[in-house]
Design a protein around this ligand. Structure first.
Ligand SMILES: *[C@@H]1O[C@H](CO)[C@@H](O)[C@H](O)[C@H]1NC(C)=O
Ligand SMILES: *[C@@H]1O[C@H](CO)[C@@H](O)[C@H](O)[C@H]1NC(C)=O
Ligand SMILES: CC(=O)N[C@H]1CO[C@H](CO)[C@@H](O)[C@@H]1O
Length: 511
């Protein structure tokens, strides 16, 4: 029995479901559109010291350069080749980043675009981030190389060649997603070219992959590609470690394709998580935080050990992808911090924090017509991340992961890792609290009146610093202090007009 448990634990550690973060690190941050040089710096000066587990980076391979609209973020989802050459940097810069991040205990996960190449409507030429020639009309991508035989033109049965009906799984997998040339993943040649690209990244030292548009590929085809992948580099990972895999499958229910079809391959993005949490925190549709008592599988989500979760991602923070208007983002900072705080305190799933850039939103008929806007740039050259004296970012970068409330909840999750969900309390409305064993406790007041309650925290007696209103600095709290009695009880009062109407304490914030 003991033997079996040991084996299954090891199996889980090395398998594709584990992010291979360093001991005591639990969360991923998506540094959307950052340059490799800036990520390397951020690993050393911030992510390593603050306990972040890893970084999801934007697609590193060569893509179409689009000038109308001017350099949209989505051009990076239109591959031209698998050369590591993008506006985030070249291969040398990518290698330098991976080495420097791994050396400070921060992993790199690559956003892998393997379902398709660029859009069919792009003109032939060399307007690409590395100057490689491509001809979408002839299906010619000599820098890979791919040709007409490597695409699903014959297999797709719709008139337009594009996906017309999401209820038909054959269309969703075999036809073009938004005009993007659909690779024939049933072909061993195509599988091999993709595996060659991913193995190149593994050799450099990445820890895993977000598989973009997984829903638009057959699970068996994804498996065939994954089966060709090498083990992770033994420069940084134990021998026999498999790459961490999380597949982008948008399943909000009501479609033919289910996330459950993909969990055999690796983890899957749980899109219901952010959509539902946004609805609850906004108090839409009669939702209340007290209903979060059975958050997780109890809400119809996939099993926790198969899920990757997030409040918002690069698509749905700008109205793309899934989730709709309920998705909370940095634009709704007060509610957003509560949602991210809840996610990081709750044991469900592997958590990913979003880190964004600002853009000029402009709504026409309820749609943001600037939702295409690419990262802050000078004539297409992505701007560097500058750091202000107060540790926030400049040059148009939001850096949610540096907000005190979010950064400190990333640390909270590390401190309570492995502890059970415990001591739930609610007032039947939007005042809720819960603990994580004897390591941490969090209280929310999202009602329109004050909270003043004495609650069982499960924590040892002592004085604790609230890590939302401040930090523990030099043996003192810069924010609120919470006094836990010998019986684990503590009094909390949170005004409904507080800047951040929640309080979190943990073992390492104890004085
Ligand atoms: C990965 O490592 C395991 C254990 O060392 C080994 O059995 C397996 O063959 C390796 N896989 C690959 C693809 O190298
Ligand atoms: C802690 O800070 C408070 C004010 O925030 C101050 O009154 C108190 O003297 C400080 N205690 C110590 C031990 O420095
Ligand atoms: C402790 C506390 O503030 N409880 C409130 C929770 O909400 C109910 C209404 O649902 C109030 O009556 C309680 O006073």
């Amino acid at each position: 029995m003991k033997f079996f448990l040991l084996f299954s634990a090891l199996g889980l550690c090395w398998a594709q479901y584990a992010p291979h973060t360093q001991q005591g690190r639990t969360s991923i941050v998506h540094l959307f559109e950052w340059r490799w040089a800036d990520i390397a710096e951020e690993c050393e000066r911030y992510l390593g010291p603050k306990g972040f587990g890893g970084v999801q980076v934007s697609p590193p391979n060569e893509n179409v350069v689009i000038t109308n609209p001017y350099r949209p973020w989505w051009e990076r989802y239109q591959p031209v080749s698998y050369k590591l050459c993008s506006r985030s940097g070249n291969e040398d810069e990518f290698r330098n980043m991976v080495t420097r991040c791994n050396n400070v205990g921060v992993r790199i996960y690559v956003d892998a675009i393997i379902n398709h190449m660029c859009g069919v409507g792009n003109a032939a030429g060399t307007s690409s981030t590395c100057g490689s020639y491509y001809n979408p009309h002839n299906r010619d991508f000599p820098a890979v190389p791919y040709s007409g035989w490597d695409f699903n033109d014959g297999k797709c049965k719709t008139e337009s060649g594009g996906i017309e009906n999401y209820v038909d799984p054959f269309q969703v997998r075999d036809c073009r997603l938004s005009g993007l040339l659909d690779l024939a993943l049933e072909k061993d040649y195509v599988r091999s070219k993709i595996a060659e690209y991913l193995n190149h990244l593994i050799a450099i030292g990445v820890a895993g992959f977000r598989i973009d548009a997984s829903k638009h590929m057959w699970p068996g085809d994804i498996k065939a590609v994954l089966d060709k992948l090498h083990n992770l580099s033994t420069n940084w990972f134990p021998e026999g470690s498999r790459p961490f895999i999380y597949q982008e499958v948008i399943d909000l229910g009501g479609e033919a394709i289910k996330s459950s079809e993909y969990v055999g391959n690796g983890r899957v993005t749980e899109f219901k998580y952010g959509a539902k949490l946004g609805t609850v925190i906004r108090k839409w549709n009669g939702e209340k935080m007290s209903y979060l008592k059975n958050w997780g599988e109890g809400w119809g989500f996939m099993p926790s050990d198969r899920a990757l979760v997030f409040v918002d991602n690069h698509d749905n923070q700008r109205g793309h992808g899934a989730g709709g208007a309920s998705i909370l983002t940095f634009w709704d900072a007060r509610l957003y911090k509560m949602a991210v705080g809840f996610m990081l305190a709750h044991p469900y799933g592997i958590t990913r924090v979003m880190s964004s850039y600002y853009w000029q939103r402009h709504f026409e008929n309820g749609k943001d017509v600037n939702d295409w806007t690419g990262p802050p740039n000078n004539n297409g050259m992505t701007k560097e991340i500058t750091i202000n004296p107060d540790t926030t970012c400049g040059n148009g970068w939001v850096c949610e992961h540096r907000w005190r409330q979010i950064r400190n909840m990333v640390a909270f999750r590390n401190v309570v890792d492995g502890q059970p969900f415990s001591n739930w309390w609610d007032n039947g409305s939007n005042q809720v609290a819960f603990g994580r064993g004897n390591r941490g406790f969090i209280v929310f007041n999202n009602d329109d009146w004050s909270l003043s309650s004495t609650l069982q925290t499960g924590l040892p007696a002592g004085t604790y610093c609230d890590v939302i209103s401040g930090d523990k600095v030099d043996g003192n709290c810069t924010g609120i202090k919470i006094y836990v009695s010998g019986e684990g009880m503590a009094h909390f009062s949170i005004s409904n007009s507080a800047e951040d109407p929640f309080i979190a304490i943990h073992s390492e914030s104890k004085l």
